[in-house]
Design a protein around this ligand. Sequence first.
Ligand code: THU
Length: 125
Amino acid sequence: MEDRELFLMAAAAAEKAYAPYSGFRVGAALLAKDGRVFTGVNVENASYGAGICAERTAAVKAVSEGCREFSALAVASPDGEAWPCGICRQFLYEFGDTLRVITGPDPEQLEARNITELLPKGFRL
Ligand code: THU
């Protein structure tokens, strides 16, 4: 699947974000090696620390459906460019060191980085 198509899926998902506190809506689309795509959104909470990012929502959906092998992740927000936060980088790194992370302000200006570029020396037990 092309980067642009995955990014458009993330952008469509972002419309379902629940972000009443920050007002920053994020969508993620996680492409599994078997071709499935799992989308996710950020889901905030009145107890701020209980909120979850779009990237982890997508990963949790995938893993809970039995899927653990991923090739690419696109992140999109109508409220600004968003690279995954540090917690999400570590969360994704758990499942492999070859994930391509794609984002940008719009589908015409996408950038991609490997997860190990975003998280050098990630933690493993
Ligand atoms: N957020 C994400 O969902 N993904 C990112 O890549 C960056 C930040 C969320 C967390 C919070 O709900 C809001 O964006 C503002 O930080």
